[in-house]
Design a protein around this ligand. Structure first.
Ligand code: FMN
Length: 336
């Protein structure tokens, strides 16, 4: 790998310096506080909550508000909200500030019909004037820097991200994160790096490239677009050390190897304990049924471990799974 002249990434959001430009992308159901702590430990410099409903914030719906747990050591941490009613977003913005977050992000990328059907998430890509009013209202409701996360566009015929990003800049957004897929693509195909480059060329606020970065090579490809930062989502699941590796490359240092099974097992367990601390054992293990599987992707016996993780009930079960992962022991399938 050519490590001669790594690019200089990094940007500021208000008073916050994201030195290497490396952030953990928000992922509903995954990037809870325990996961974010793990990624920070490995060098993620900006973390973002799972998306929360602006309406839930307005009405104080406790279940949704649990998504907005924040760690005192998380600095800076962004809260991400969705919605399409400027007045509701204005009120929600004030609530986010009261909760001690440092940055407020608006989701204009979510492709899920439950969200787009109410005009939120990627549906706003087709309503640039309304989207601009949403950003302006949020800025009115808080002194926090307001940022935005968008997609390449709605469809292949409508890759509006460059002009849309300009509109967001004019409305006052401080950074724009671009997932280089369209809404129609959802998670299929590839992120369009040329499109991300066009966004970078069309605005003067920092642009954070997002999509398909899973290692140093893919980070190198993303960096060729000229972006100021890289947001990593799925590539950090089960391998939070990807941040350390990319950071080493950016610093011109030797890139550390992937950790061995013992360390992976310890990290999975650390995450499990953190999730239980946040949500209790019952709910925590249900969350870990999904999160644990990422840690043994590609390992010997992964299908059986996946099956075992689908049945996690207690922390003790997770400890046994971690022991098996560590020792490379072959587990027996469990019956229903
Ligand atoms: C399970 C899952 C949940 C996601 N939830 C959110 C979310 O809450 N807010 C958001 O802006 N993007 C969300 N995304 C999109 C990611 O932030 C990211 O844009 C996308 O996965 C592409 O980046 P990646 O290839 O690095 O994963 C989610 C993606 C996944 C796979």
């Amino acid at each position: 790998m050519n490590n001669d002249c790594p690019p200089k990434l990094g940007y500021r959001i208000g008073e916050h310096n994201v030195r290497h430009g490396l952030s953990l992308a928000p992922m509903a159901g995954n990037t809870n506080l325990a996961y974010r702590r793990l990624c920070r430990q490995f060098g993620a410099e900006l973390t973002t909550t799972e998306m929360a409903s602006s309406l839930a914030l307005k009405y104080g719906d406790e279940k949704s508000l649990r998504l907005l747990e924040r760690g005192d050591e998380e600095y800076p941490v962004a809260a991400q909200i969705f919605g399409s009613d400027p007045e509701v977003l204005r009120i929600a913005a004030g609530e986010i500030e009261r909760r001690g977050f440092h940055v407020l992000d608006l989701n204009i990328g979510c492709p899920v019909p439950k969200i787009t059907g109410c005009g939120g998430g990627s549906a706003l890509l087709r309503e640039p004037d309304l989207a601009a009013r949403c950003i302006e209202a949020m800025i009115e409701g808080t002194s926090l820097p307001v940022t935005v996360k968008i997609r390449a566009g709605w469809s292949d015929d409508d890759k509006c991200a460059p002009t849309f990003a300009q509109k967001m800049e004019e409305a006052g957004a401080r950074t724009v994160t671009v997932h280089g897929r369209t809404r129609e693509q959802r998670y299929t195909g590839h992120a369009d790096l040329d499109l991300i480059r066009s966004v970078k060329d069309s605005v003067s606020i920092p642009v954070i490239g997002n999509g398909d970065v899973t290692d140093v090579e893919s980070a190198q490809r993303m960096a060729t677009t000229g972006v100021d930062g890289i947001a990593i989502g799925r590539g950090a699941l089960g391998q939070p050390w990807v941040f350390t590796q990319i950071r080493a490359w950016l610093d011109g240092e030797p890139v550390p190897e992937d950790p061995g099974l013992a360390e992976r097992a310890a990290l999975m367990l650390q995450l499990g304990r953190g999730v239980v601390e946040l949500y209790g054992e019952h709910r925590g293990m249900r969350i870990m049924r999904r999160l644990a599987t990422d840690f043994f992707r590609g390992c010997l016996g992964a299908p059986i471990m996946r099956q075992r993780s689908n049945k996690l009930e207690t922390l003790k079960d997770l400890e046994l799974l971690a022991d098996a992962l560590k020792s490379g022991e072959r587990l027996e399938p469990v019956s229903d």
